[in-house]
Design a protein around this ligand. Structure first.
Ligand SMILES: NC(=O)c1ccc[n+]([C@@H]2O[C@H](COP(=O)([O-])OP(=O)(O)OC[C@H]3O[C@@H](n4cnc5c(N)ncnc54)[C@H](O)[C@@H]3O)[C@@H](O)[C@H]2O)c1
Length: 250
């Protein structure tokens, strides 16, 4: 399928993990890509691999928690491609920290990337989409935005914020032809989760907590982003789709 031929798709956090897999999925379906990441080396590796697959792309190093860098990234995308059809607002950070020990600077860093950064990107891109009278914004939330998990108060708060940011954007932007949805993954195997948990923990977690008996792969989430951006989801907005192997079913 080449559902995104002629469409321009911006993916943040595209250097690795879910963002990279999502950019590869959209590229394979014909999209022109703007890859955004704060990490130059990851970005260069991901871009090289995608150029080798014949994708048309622009790689932009930017920290989404800085509004000036976000504005420049959006401007560069518009200069190169002239429009933005889809934003996959994916970049985020996470680490474990007991609530009583969270340092103010750590609280602020997680909120500034996961919530403020997502707002800056979404708003700056939506302004162009509103002029186009079309567009699709996909925000990366988490099951941690729907239910709590110990030792992640800052992360849970940021993702809960993304869920209601998504719903409010859907209410205000529908009149411009812009759909806004979120994806709430459960446990996905990525460099982020590998940095937090060892393989024994992950195996036990999959067996005990996830009805499908495995943790997610990056492509499990990439496929849902592609569905939400496609014509098959043309009447969906303000939705938060859970992709968790059934974990939240109990
Ligand atoms: N892995 C999981 O189990 C899981 C579950 C639910 C939600 N998520 C969310 O999915 C998203 C991607 O996570 P992942 O597991 O692929 O993580 P990852 O750490 O493997 O990748 C995150 C990417 O975001 C980039 N990034 C981080 N901070 C940035 C910033 N300030 N500016 C620009 N880019 C930045 C990183 O460089 C990296 O490329 C995050 O928002 C995360 O919260 C992950």
């Amino acid at each position: 399928m080449r559902r995104f031929e002629g469409q321009v798709v911006v993916v943040t956090g595209a250097g690795r993990g879910i963002g990279r897999a999502t950019a590869e999925r959209f590229g394979a379906e014909g999209a022109q890509l703007a890859l955004v990441s704060d990490q130059a080396e990851d970005l260069a590796q991901a871009s090289e691999a995608m150029l080798a697959q014949g994708f048309e792309l622009l790689a932009i190093q930017a920290d989404i928690s800085d509004p000036a860098q976000v504005e420049r990234a959006v401007e560069r995308t518009m200069e190169r491609f002239g429009r933005i059809d889809v934003l996959v607002n994916n970049a985020g950070i996470a680490w474990e920290e007991p609530f009583l020990d969270i340092a103010d600077a750590n609280w602020q860093r997680i909120i500034s990337v996961n919530l403020n950064g997502m707002f800056y990107m979404a708003q700056r891109v939506s302004r162009h989409m509103a002029k186009q009278r079309s567009g699709c914004i996909l925000n990366m939330a988490s099951t941690n935005g729907l239910v709590g998990e110990e030792k992640y108060a800052h992360y849970n708060a940021s993702k809960g914020g993304v869920v209601l940011l998504t719903k409010t954007m859907a209410l205000e932007l529908g009149r411009y032809g812009i759909r806004v949805n979120a994806v709430c993954p459960g446990y996905i195997q990525t460099p982020m989760s590998e940095a937090i948990d060892d393989p024994e923990f992950v195996a036990a977690y999959a067996k005990d907590k996830i009805p499908l008996g495995r943790v997610g792969k990056t492509k499990d989430v990439a496929g849902v982003f592609a569905f939400l951006a496609s014509e098959d989801a043309a009447f969906m907005t303000g939705e938060c789709l859970v992709v968790d192997g059934g974990q939240l079913s109990s």
